[in-house]
Ligand binder design. Structure first.
Ligand code: NAD
Ligand code: UGA
Length: 463
């Protein structure tokens, strides 16, 4: 089958960038990204491409090139489904907040709504691609809905999980480590796989396109995220031992990372991992393992989350203890709120939990993040339901200028590893702060020796 029209349901952090790159690399394919969220679609269509709803280095340029040529953003979901041969489902799959599996399982209601809508609208055979991260064997449920509520047309379900990381989405998409496509082992299934392979083959080398059965593909995505997060929890566990023993976690990470079997990436100790996916996907994995009665498997992976929660709490406790066991009424300036640098995404950011702890101790928090607004910060805290909106407003505010934000502060806490923090005039910041002036570097990005020479009391993670 020759693919000429693709539709993607979900114009979020995955759907938007992924489809923009497909459109850029495949000018012969018309790509339409649809979403129920009108505001989000309007932002994707904003005349000034700088106002697209997601900040990713290089993304505005890709969208600018393809938009209006063969890349379209729309709220007309039915029309896009009807016209496309291939439909990607890239909607959110959050942790369930109610009922069976609450707090653990993935909530698949948005996936099911998409499946039912595709079934209702499709009048010709379609390939349906799972782009969202899904529990293993979800394709079975999607197939059952499509086959039982459809118009008698044939559907092939493929699993094509996305491995991009935020902040590097465009380069990850342009030069992926691999593309994974899982499909049915039947002749029809193999045809569908080949059709999708031919799309990626426009820019990805053949030896990087891996095809498997559907279940392996679905489970590989959860496994990859679990392994990545596990490395961070492992190094973070060692960071506390380093602090007790005089070892330095950066040196330990370098020493073990030079072992080619371990590898050097993803060994940066931190205040804890954030982001919309690691926690959600591991909880989902734990839930799946438990549902098969595999309690040891479940406990093993759950420990990654337990360690991460501990690391966030440990950071806020350390701030309180170091500031003479009280932060009540003290000004603490956060540098960074996003869950990592080069993104405006704050979902599950460690900063939210550290702020919440310190606010419960009545600290006055001031936040500077180059890409995150006060509105977003307040919404993130509101979601925790620890305090009312007004109570939060009394304890936290955002500033546009980092120097202004640090003035009069008792302490600075680095929560996100934005490059610009390294370039600040730290003498100027020191001069404006209360003394002794403390810095808690939750990302180990600042030059500790230089800061100590200025007069700061500097504390990093794991040394
Ligand atoms: P997101 O919340 O940014 O975007 C999802 C979009 O889907 C929203 O805009 C929502 O309005 C829309 N939507 C939901 N139901 C819809 C429906 N029935 N019809 C039309 N639109 C609908 O989520 P995201 O970060 O893009 O993640 C999407 C999926 O991709 C998740 O399963 C996630 O685990 C996975 N994933 C995310 C990343 C990442 O970096 N964020 C990376 C790899 C995989
Ligand atoms: C992660 C994976 O890296 C992607 O492959 C995957 O597609 C994605 O999840 C997903 O499924 O959503 P992402 O969460 O965007 O991507 O970003 P990461 O670079 O993985 O960082 C996650 C968190 O871990 C961040 O808070 C980051 O600061 C932290 N981290 C990362 C560390 O604390 N130390 C490290 O060494 C690396």
């Amino acid at each position: 089958m020759k693919i000429t029209k693709i539709c993607c349901i979900g114009a979020g952090y995955v759907g938007g960038p992924t489809m923009a790159v497909i459109a850029q690399k495949c000018p012969h394919i018309q790509v339409t990204v649809v979403d129920l969220n009108q505001e989000r679609i309007a932002a994707w269509n904003d005349q000034d491409v700088k106002n697209i709803p997601i900040y990713e280095p290089g993304l505005a340029e890709v969208v600018g090139e393809a938009r209006g040529r063969n890349l379209f953003f729309s709220t007309d979901v039915d029309k896009a489904i009807d016209e496309a041969q291939v439909i990607f489902i890239s909607v959110n799959t959050p942790t369930k907040t109610y009922g069976k599996g609450k707090g653990m399982a993935a909530d698949l209601k948005y996936i099911e709504l998409c499946a039912r809508q595709i079934a209702r609208v499709a009048k010709e055979d379609k390939i349906v691609v799972e782009k969202s991260t899904l529990p293993v064997r979800t394709a079975e449920a999607i197939k059952s809905i499509l086959d039982n509520t459809g118009n008698g047309v044939q559907f092939q379900i493929l699993s094509n999980p996305e491995f991009l990381a935020e902040g590097t989405a465009v380069s990850d998409l342009l030069d992926p480590d691999r593309i994974l496509i899982g499909g049915d082992e039947s002749v029809e299934g193999q045809k569908a796989i080949n059709a999708l392979v031919s799309v990626y083959a426009n820019w990805v080398a053949a030896d990087k396109i891996l095809t498997t059965n559907v279940w392996s593909s679905e489970l590989s995505k959860l496994t990859a995220n679990a392994f990545l997060a596990q490395r961070i929890s492992s190094i973070n566990a060692m960071s506390e031992l380093c602090e007790k023993t005089g070892a330095d976690v950066n040196q330990v990470a370098k020493a073990i990372g030079m072992d080619s079997r371990i590898g050097s990436k993803f060994l940066k100790a931190s205040v804890g991992f954030g982001g919309s996916c690691f926690q959600k996907d591991i909880l989902n994995l734990v839930y799946i393992a438990k549902s098969y009665g595999l309690n040891e498997v479940a406990d093993y992976w759950e420990q990654v989350i337990i360690m991460n929660d501990y690391q966030k709490r440990r950071f806020s406790n350390k701030i309180v203890q170091t500031l003479y066991n009280t932060v009540s009424g003290k000004k603490i300036t956060f540098l960074g709120w996003a869950f990592k640098k080069d993104t405006n995404d704050t979902r599950e950011s460690a900063a939210i939990y550290v702020a919440d702890d310190l606010m419960s101790e009545q600290a006055q928090i001031v936040v500077f993040d180059p890409k995150v607004s006060e509105k977003k910060i307040l919404a993130d805290l509101d979601y925790l339901e620890t305090r009312t909106l007004d109570q939060n407003k009394a304890l936290i505010a955002a500033v546009e200028d980092p120097y202004e934000g640090c003035k009069g502060a008792h302490a600075i806490a680095v929560l996100t590893e934005w490059d610009e923090f390294k370039e600040y005039d730290w003498q100027r910041i020191y001069d404006g702060m209360q003394k002794p002036a403390f810095i808690f570097d939750g990302r180990n990005i600042l030059n500790g020796q230089e800061l100590k020479n200025i007069g700061f009391i500097y504390q990093a993670i794991g040394s």
